[in-house]
Write a protein that binds this ligand. Structure first.
Ligand SMILES: Cc1cc2nc3c(=O)[nH]c(=O)nc-3n(C[C@H](O)[C@H](O)[C@H](O)COP(=O)(O)OP(=O)(O)OC[C@H]3O[C@@H](n4cnc5c(N)ncnc54)[C@H](O)[C@@H]3O)c2cc1C
Ligand SMILES: *[C@@H]1O[C@H](CO)[C@@H](O)[C@H](O)[C@H]1NC(C)=O
Ligand SMILES: *[C@@H]1O[C@H](CO)[C@@H](O)[C@H](O)[C@H]1NC(C)=O
Ligand SMILES: *[C@@H]1O[C@H](CO)[C@@H](O)[C@H](O)[C@H]1NC(C)=O
Ligand SMILES: *[C@@H]1O[C@H](CO)[C@@H](O)[C@H](O)[C@H]1NC(C)=O
Ligand SMILES: *[C@@H]1O[C@H](CO)[C@@H](O)[C@H](O)[C@H]1NC(C)=O
Length: 524
């Protein structure tokens, strides 16, 4: 609960779309505690893997994957950090935590939009279990599968898959520094979502340490828990150490393109049309949109050559004015840096874990099931023209992601969804961002009539505590209170998630402000 010193980094505000991957600044530290927890840990974990607030490297270890500078200060920090190198250390941390009454927050890549993997909204003494040293990726080439440890980044995973051949890929998010652990837990989607669905849809086994410190796999954790960890959000069910994934096939040549359209060039009409076109395109083609300022930038990946793509664009979406000069042909692994980091980035750049930390941000999300009218798009552009405005990212669904039944996984935003909206706003690190936070909240309120309702759906991996927070009643998070945010993320699957939580962690040991509350049906 220590107020930290913020070394404000006052570089210019780089509103570089969504290229927001960050690095670190500084904090002060103090205290430590009377330490029976540390005592317990030291018997089972080498001391160089344990940090208290008085350890010289506590701050740098903590900040290494804080990805949003607003969480460097003004929040409750951990009292301990553990960086296990072995499964046995993770089990020991849980056993000691239970014994000494210390909760663990698990961190993989640290990209949580509310920072819940390393901070608490409330005063409490907790430990961060940071999986940064458990990050191997083992591709099993012949079987087109891989085991990926949670501490790996998406970039590290993609890189290893790319090394295994140019016709293997995996459908997950765009940002290479995002961690596998949190990302798979909440679903995970990117440029292959229309062809292959979510990352979590392609998980075929997992290794979990539960609240009793047991090491479980797909069979021993039980079908409800194995269902729950693939999209039900991080933290709730235990610590997933490793995931077995099914790799997917891509052709040796893929084509990327990027077409910006300004409002004067007809962005309102093109966007209005895009809403009907994009979710109905062939699954091999995705066209997402970043709307910022008065420009809509259409970003695409096609699983095939430019020659094959052009007739599809001509017949399905001539309004965009895309032509051969926009095509960039490459391998799938080359498309990963190209799309997220820009045309000068190399494949090696996706291994870089260091990111700029010059802006803080706030994000939230919506789902659209009925196309928004032209008049409303005109109003949206005037919101985006306001001072302190942020941006919108529109990811079209349809194809595989939409063909999976709503209850087959915890992620319920399937059939009937046209697209996901991510709203994001930025401000210079060190600033309070009041005007930008107000803008995003007001814009979200403005959008209410035009997006999904009852519930107003939201994507769990774009966590937003404005949607609601847990209330602890009788020592556990309340199932009823959790419905407020839980049904937005999970719709009707919220109840089954709570029952799975009741099976694996009825005491609610693994908890945070938006973890799944346990629902224990009484009796036998
Ligand atoms: C710059 C940026 C770009 C993004 N791009 C995309 C995108 O393209 N597509 C998309 O779908 N999402 C995207 N996201 C959202 C991202 O998927 C989520 O923030 C995700 O939860 C991050 O995972 P992490 O491991 O990095 O985060 P963390 O902060 O480490 O963890 C997130 C949550 O999961 C829990 N958790 C972490 N590891 C484990 C584990 N091993 N076992 C159990 N629980 C765990 C944490 O306690 C926390 O509650 C993006 C986010 C950012 C900041
Ligand atoms: C600190 O946190 C409080 C409560 O969350 C918030 O009202 C306040 O604006 C924050 N201060 C800064 C400087 O961010
Ligand atoms: C790692 O953990 C496994 C399983 O608990 C254990 O058998 C092994 O001895 C540990 N290895 C090391 C080096 O600690
Ligand atoms: C492929 O799968 C089989 C059976 O599941 C397994 O025995 C074999 O080791 C796997 N091959 C590789 C390269 O992992
Ligand atoms: C392709 O489109 C660009 C702009 O969108 C335009 O400048 C160019 O003339 C077009 N090329 C052809 C061959 O039509
Ligand atoms: C990694 O990325 C950071 C931030 O963009 C950059 O400053 C640094 O030079 C990169 N490191 C390497 C080795 O490319």
């Amino acid at each position: 609960m220590q107020e930290a010193n913020m070394a404000a980094m006052s570089r210019s505000l780089a509103l570089a779309f969504f290229f927001i991957c960050y690095a670190a600044s500084s904090f002060s530290s103090s205290l430590a505690s009377s330490d029976s927890f540390l005592q317990c840990l030291s018997e089972k974990i080498p001391s160089e893997l344990l940090y208290t607030q008085s350890s010289p490297s506590f701050t740098s270890v903590l900040e290494a994957t804080i990805r949003n500078p607003k969480f460097l200060t003004n929040t409750t920090r951990p009292v301990w950090i553990i960086t296990p190198t072995n499964v046995s250390h993770v089990q020991a941390a849980v056993v000691c935590g239970r014994q000494e009454g210390v909760r663990l927050r698990v961190r993989s890549g640290g990209h949580d939009y509310e920072g819940l993997s390393y901070r608490s909204e409330r005063p409490e003494s907790f430990a961060v279990l940071d999986l940064v040293k458990i990050r191997a990726v083992r591709v099993e080439n012949q079987n087109a599968t891989a085991w990926v440890d949670s501490g790996a980044t998406l970039g590290e995973m993609y890189y290893a898959i790319g090394k295994a051949g140019n016709q293997l890929a995996f459908p997950a998010g765009l940002c290479p520094t995002v961690g596998v652990g949190g990302h798979f837990s909440g679903g995970g989607f990117g440029m292959l979502l229309r062809k292959y669905g979510l990352a979590a849809d392609n998980v075929i086994d997992a290794v979990l340490v539960d609240a009793k410190g047991r090491l479980l796999d797909k069979n021993s954790m039980g079908s409800n828990v194995f269902w729950a960890i693939r999209g039900g959000g991080g933290e709730s069910f235990g610590i997933v150490l490793s995931w077995k994934i099914k790799l997917v096939a891509v052709p040796p040549t893929v084509t990327a393109f990027r077409v910006p359209v300004t409002i004067n060039q007809g962005a309102v009409d093109v966007l209005t049309r895009w809403q009907d076109v994009a979710p109905a395109l062939p699954d091999d083609l995705i066209i997402r949109v970043v709307v910022q300022g008065q420009t809509a930038t259409f970003q695409s990946l096609y699983l095939g050559t430019c020659d094959a793509l052009l007739p599809v664009m001509r017949s399905r979406f001539p309004e965009l004015g895309m032509n051969r000069s926009h095509c960039k042909e490459m391998t799938w692994i080359q498309s990963v840096p190209y799309i997220y980091l820009g045309s000068s980035a190399t494949v090696e750049d996706i291994l870089n874990r260091t990111i700029a930390m010059d802006t803080s941000n706030k994000a939230t999300s919506d789902y659209v099931r009925q196309a928004i009218t032209k008049d409303v798009w005109t109003e949206i552009f005037s919101w985006l023209a306001q001072p302190n405005a942020g941006l919108m990212i529109l990811d079209p669904y349809g194809g595989k992601i939409s063909s999976i039944p709503e209850a087959a996984t915890p992620f319920p935003h399937r059939g009937g969804v046209l697209y996901n909206i991510q709203y994001m706003n930025f401000w210079r690190a060190g600033g309070g961002g009041d005007a930008q936070r107000t803008w995003i909240r007001d814009f979200y309120a403005f959008m209410a009539p035009y997006v999904s309702k009852n519930p107003r759906e939201a994507y769990a991996n774009y966590r937003d505590l404005d949607l609601g927070e847990n209330v602890v009643v009788g020592g556990v998070s309340s199932y009823e209170a959790g419905k407020v945010w839980g049904e937005k993320y999970f719709k009707g699957n919220y109840q089954r998630l709570a029952m799975a939580k009741g099976e694996i962690d009825p005491d609610d040991y693994f908890r945070n402000e938006q973890s799944i509350p346990p629902l224990v049906t009484s009796g036998n």
